[in-house]
Write a protein that binds this ligand. Sequence first.
Ligand SMILES: NC(=O)C1=CN([C@@H]2O[C@H](COP(=O)(O)OP(=O)(O)OC[C@H]3O[C@@H](n4cnc5c(N)ncnc54)[C@H](O)[C@@H]3O)[C@@H](O)[C@H]2O)C=CC1
Ligand SMILES: O=C(CO)[C@H](O)[C@H](O)COP(=O)(O)O
Length: 301
Amino acid sequence: MQLGVIGLGRMGRIVVDRVLDEGHDVVAFDLDEEAVASAADAGATPAESVVDLAERLGDDKRIWLMVPAGEAVDAALDDLESHLSDDDVVVDGGNSYFEDSTRRADETPAAYLDCGTSGGPAGAELGFSLMVGGPEWAYEEMTPVFDAVATGPAGHDRMGPAGSGHYVKMVHNGVEYALMQAYGEGFELLAEGRYDLDLEAVARTWNNGAVIRSWLLELCEEAFREEGTDLGDVDDYVAGGSTGTWTVQEALEQEVPVPLIYQALGERFGSRAREDGRFSRRLANRLRYGFGRHEVARREE
Ligand SMILES: NC(=O)C1=CN([C@@H]2O[C@H](COP(=O)(O)OP(=O)(O)OC[C@H]3O[C@@H](n4cnc5c(N)ncnc54)[C@H](O)[C@@H]3O)[C@@H](O)[C@H]2O)C=CC1
Ligand SMILES: O=C(CO)[C@H](O)[C@H](O)COP(=O)(O)O
């Protein structure tokens, strides 16, 4: 199969590499020329623009968007629009808002798959977990690509119609916020509590057989190992927040109580007011580096 990939950042480049590794062809474009050159070095065919990418793909185009949610997705789709037909398939693998995805599915003259992607940069080796929404035939058509990008056949599935992939990923991120908050609170109590504990040793012990072992807890262990048990100069400022906000908004609309996710979101917003130096927030700040290679906000000396 030949796949066009638009957006070659932390996540898009992994899509390129994993698809190439499985013997497929890739045509790659990014606004950043260095990212395009680097993908070309890895074996992709470089494109000079979105339109050039579309023209190089010929009939039955298969295109994966991996650009920031929002305007960048609409900009790429605008450029693609006149080059698409209903035999083509466009996948949006970013963290788009699900209602944007249903609108785009209606407006795009190709089959549109909204694909929630989880796993972060660690997915380069492990593969991603992919939650896909959209037409069944398009999902089946893209199965070789999903097999390559995901951990394997069990790492992707069709959730339902348009929007459902990004809807499931939105809720996934709400859960992610709540889990980060729970680990943060537990470690804050241990850090502030009555024993002088090595939190890396605690995390390592928990990760070996404990009920609460998980990848996020492995990232806690990594954070304590790399930053120190007091998290060193990691600031109590947690960025991000859009997917958690959408989750809470949807929960309110559906009248489903999600107090843990709401509380975790509130803690993030609170961290930006810099009222105090909460340990849990500093850990969340550092964990986002662990799973997403997002920049760690550091305290000023
Ligand atoms: N980093 C992570 O852990 C995860 C990120 N995501 C989502 O994946 C998407 C991409 O994220 P990252 O790769 O981390 O971002 P990134 O910032 O590393 O890369 C985005 C790339 O898109 C390019 N770009 C922006 N607008 C463009 C346009 N109109 N045409 C072509 N290229 C354009 C940028 O130059 C950049 O290279 C986002 O929606 C993000 O929320 C999803 C799961 C995990
Ligand atoms: O989707 C992700 C992980 O699953 C991305 O890392 C996302 O950026 C996390 O959300 P936030 O930026 O709000 O922390």
